[in-house]
Design a protein around this ligand. Structure first.
Ligand code: LLP
Length: 432
């Protein structure tokens, strides 16, 4: 569920009209709903309440300081993947001691920084990384808390670019090797074995792959607990959200509809997984990103031109693939709705950005109510992997971000100025 809905024909985020935000701050504009972040967090938390657990928000999905602060006040932990993300947690008032640090390419500087901030755990992805962490911890006279990421070789049945838990993927250490790697790690003087971690992929819409992975990994976690006293098992992130029917899914009644039965909800996830996890007596870490932030954000854009070619209708908008890359990168679907509710006849439309690439297309031949130059439209479910993946291709400045809480709305990231795009750039000395 989320807090984007039409009130008197105008799309609102909580109590604020999107039109007023676009007027004040311009477009393209990301708008986030605090209440939706909080509701999603609470809903997941409640569903796993029988477990001793910690939700570590995967901040790669949305690392805006306003968003991180909102979740930090909910006592969330954070799943981070760079020294920069740990710095963001601190800048937003979050607790680095609730951070896990994942990723296959941790640098020496990042490891030292994370150790100096006493993070909760490193999620180690390879044996050379384990060696490096041990060496750095030794230099700093510290013990590094570590969980090893097991690659369970389970197909998450999602898009191939966001599948992570098979032996084709670069992540983690093969299931069959784990016992030997823990035995070795246990002998390293500056390593403290704290947990076991896995993550099989993102945007999972069925519980089965999660179940398969947990069934495979739970007995391993039990053995590691007995042998080395590990305290947690992290089951990663990956809970999928609805991209189609995204607007309708904000309606509390909608969830009782027949269609809603086919969606992976936190309740279904918990009903299957809690009974498998509870007997372990371990703390369980969850690393949701998309489930918390995905439907808590939209990208608002204005139609620059409508180009009717006879064969096709193109609505050319002021957002482009540099602002929201998911459709171009994964051919993913984002529902696109007019900001002013419209009774216009639906027309098969390609909504496209202004970048000089054919892939800069948000949707193709999609039936949307006829839109005109100057109209505002919103791309829904853009709160996760939206702004964080934005870039400045074609020297287009990064969009602004607004956070809404009830009747309050504030810029939480200013629109980038064009000249800031080449900040730090110069001509070479001999060109002057
Ligand atoms: N934990 C780990 C170790 C991860 O690699 C990820 C996501 C998560 C947690 C959070 O997964 P989530 O709950 O958000 O599914 N850019 C892609 C998604 C990439 C996901 C990468 N890893 C997209 O736009 O769909």
């Amino acid at each position: 569920m989320h807090k984007f809905r039409y009130v008197r024909n105008q799309l609102h985020c909580e109590n604020i009209s999107i039109r007023s935000l676009a007027k004040k701050h311009g477009t393209p504009l990301y708008v986030y709903s605090s209440q939706t972040l909080i509701d999603n967090f609470n809903r997941l938390h409640k569903s796993v309440v029988p477990l001793d657990h910690l939700i570590c928000f995967a901040m790669k999905s949305n690392s805006n300081l306003g968003v991180i602060h909102t979740l930090a006040t909910m006592e969330s932990g954070f799943d981070t993947v760079s020294g920069g993300e740990i710095q963001r947690v601190i800048a937003a008032g979050g607790d680095p001691r609730k951070c896990v640090f994942a990723g296959v390419g941790k640098t020496e500087d990042e490891i030292s920084f994370a150790l100096s901030k006493n993070i909760y755990c490193f999620n180690v992805e390879s044996e050379p990384e384990l060696t490096r962490i041990n060496q750095i911890a030794n230099k700093l006279k510290k013990k590094a808390p570590v969980a090893i990421r097991v690659n369970p070789n389970v197909d998450a049945k999602t898009h191939k670019k966001i599948t992570t838990g098979t032996y084709e993927n670069k992540f983690g250490i093969a299931y069959e090797k784990i016992a030997a790697v823990y035995a070795r790690a246990n002998k390293l003087k500056n390593i403290k074995l704290r947990g076991l971690q896995m993550h099989i992929g993102s945007q999972l819409t069925q519980v089965k792959p999660f179940e398969e992975a947990v069934r495979k990994v739970a007995p391993m976690a039990a053995k590691l607990k007995t042998k080395y006293g590990i305290e947690f098992l992290s089951i990663g992130g990956g809970i999928g959200i609805m991209y189609e029917d995204a607007l309708a899914s904000g309606d509390p009644k909608w969830w009782k509809c027949k269609e809603a039965k086919n969606i992976l909800t936190p309740e279904k996830y918990a009903d299957t997984l809690v009974p498998l996890l509870k007997p372990l007596g371990l703390k369980v870490l969850l690393e949701p990103g998309r489930f918390i932030a995905g439907n808590a954000g939209i990208l608002v854009t204005r139609v620059e031109y409508v180009k009717r070619t006879g064969k096709k209708c193109f609505a050319i908008v002021d957002a482009a693939m540099n602002d929201l890359i998911r459709p171009a990168f994964y051919e993913s679907y984002h529902e696109i709705v007019p900001v002013k509710q419209s009774r216009n006849r639906p027309i098969a439309t390609d909504v496209v950005g202004g970048i000089c690439e054919t892939g800069d297309t948000f949707c193709k031949n999609r039936l949307i109510p006829r839109i005109e130059e100057g109209d505002l439209v919103a791309m829904l479910s853009a709160g996760a992997y939206g702004f964080v993946m934005a870039g400045t291709y074609n020297t287009r400045p990064l969009p602004a971000e607004v956070l809404v809480a009830g009747k309050n709305a504030a810029i939480v990231r200013k629109r980038q100025k064009v000249k800031d795009i080449w900040d730090g750039e110069s001509v070479a000395p001999w060109q002057r």
